[in-house]
Ligand binder design. Structure first.
Ligand code: SAH
Ligand code: DHB
Ligand code: MG
Length: 224
C-alpha cells in the first residue's frame, strides 16, 4: 500500500461520488492562482462534511480556519434557506480569495466570514450570543486546537457535532515527546476531547490525496 495508490483511489472515489461542480473547481483553481497553501480538505472529505451537516439538518455552522473557502463551500451548500455559516480566518489574503469564491458559488449571502484571530472572534461570538451552533469544524492553527475546543463547547448545544481536521499528522500524533507545537496542540486537543465529560468523541485515520491524516469527531451530550 503506497501513497500513489491512495491518490489513485481518492481520484476514483471523487470521480464516482463527487459531481464536477464548476464553482468548487474554481475555488481550488483560484486558491492555487493566489498561491494559497494546498491544504484544503480533499473533495471526498468536503462532501463527507457536507453529508454530516445534511444529516444533522444543520442551520448554523461554525468553521475555524477558512483558507480559500473550499470546505466552507461544502458546508454552506448543506444549509437550508435562512441557514448560516460563520467562518473565521486570520489571513486577509486568504479571506479575500474565499470571498471571491463564495460570490462565484452564489452562497455569499449565507456566509459570515470574519477576518482576525479566531481567539478574538470566538469570545465575541459568545458575547453576542452567536451560538448555539449545530456543527463546528475546527481546522485552523494546530497549537490553538485545545483553546478552540473550549470555545466550541461554549458555543454548542446538546447534539452539536464538533469536528477537527488533521489530528493524525502522518502518525506524528503518537509521539508524546514531540517538540512540534502543532503535534503538542493536536495531542492536547485529542486528550481534552477524549476525556470531556459532556462529549462522546473518537478519531478516524484517513489516507488519500491529502496524505495520511485524520479527523476527530464528537457529539455534545451534556452541554456545560
Ligand atoms: N478549512 C479549510 C482549510 C483551512 S487551512 C479547507 O479545508 O478548505 C487553515 C487556515 O487557518 C489558514 O487559512 C490559516 O490562515 C488559518 N488560521 C491560522 N491561524 C489562525 C488563527 N489564529 N485564527 C484564524 N484562522 C487562522
Ligand atoms: C496544515 C493545516 C491544515 O489544515 C491541513 O489540512 C493540512 C496541513 C498545516 O498547517 O500544515
Ligand atoms: Mg486541515
Amino acid at each position: 500500500m503506497n501513497q500513489p495508490q491512495w491518490i489513485e483511489v481518492d481520484r476514483y472515489i471523487s470521480e464516482l461520488f463527487v459531481a464536477n461542480e464548476p464553482a468548487m473547481e474554481a475555488a481550488l483553481a483560484e486558491s492555487v492562482k493566489a498561491d494559497l497553501p494546498a491544504i484544503a480538505v480533499a473533495a471526498n472529505q468536503g462532501k463527507f462534511l457536507q453529508i454530516l451537516a445534511l444529516a444533522m439538518r444543520a442551520r448554523r455552522i461554525l468553521e475555524v480556519g477558512t483558507l480559500g473557502g473550499y470546505s466552507s463551500l461544502w458546508l454552506a451548500k448543506a444549509l437550508p434557506p435562512g441557514g448560516r455559516l460563520i467562518t473565521l480566518e486570520v489571513d486577509p489574503k486568504h479571506a479575500e480569495v474565499a470571498r471571491g469564491n463564495f460570490a462565484r458559488a452564489g452562497v455569499a449571502d449565507r456566509i459570515d466570514l470574519r477576518v482576525g484571530p479566531a481567539l478574538e472572534a470566538l469570545p465575541k461570538l459568545v458575547e453576542e450570543d452567536g451560538g448555539p451552533f449545530d456543527m463546528i469544524f475546527i481546522d485552523a492553527d494546530k497549537p490553538n486546537y485545545p483553546r478552540y475546543l473550549e470555545w466550541a463547547v461554549r458555543l454548542a448545544r446538546r447534539g452539536t457535532l464538533i469536528l477537527a481536521d488533521n489530528v493524525v499528522r502522518e502518525g506524528q500524533v503518537i509521539d508524546a515527546t514531540s517538540k512540534d507545537e502543532r503535534v503538542r496542540g493536536t495531542r492536547q486537543f485529542n486528550e481534552a476531547f477524549a476525556h470531556h465529560p459532556g462529549i462522546v468523541a473518537t478519531a478516524l485515520q484517513t489516507v488519500g490525496a491529502k496524505g495520511y491524516d485524520g479527523f476527530a469527531i464528537g457529539v455534545v451530550v451534556e452541554p456545560s
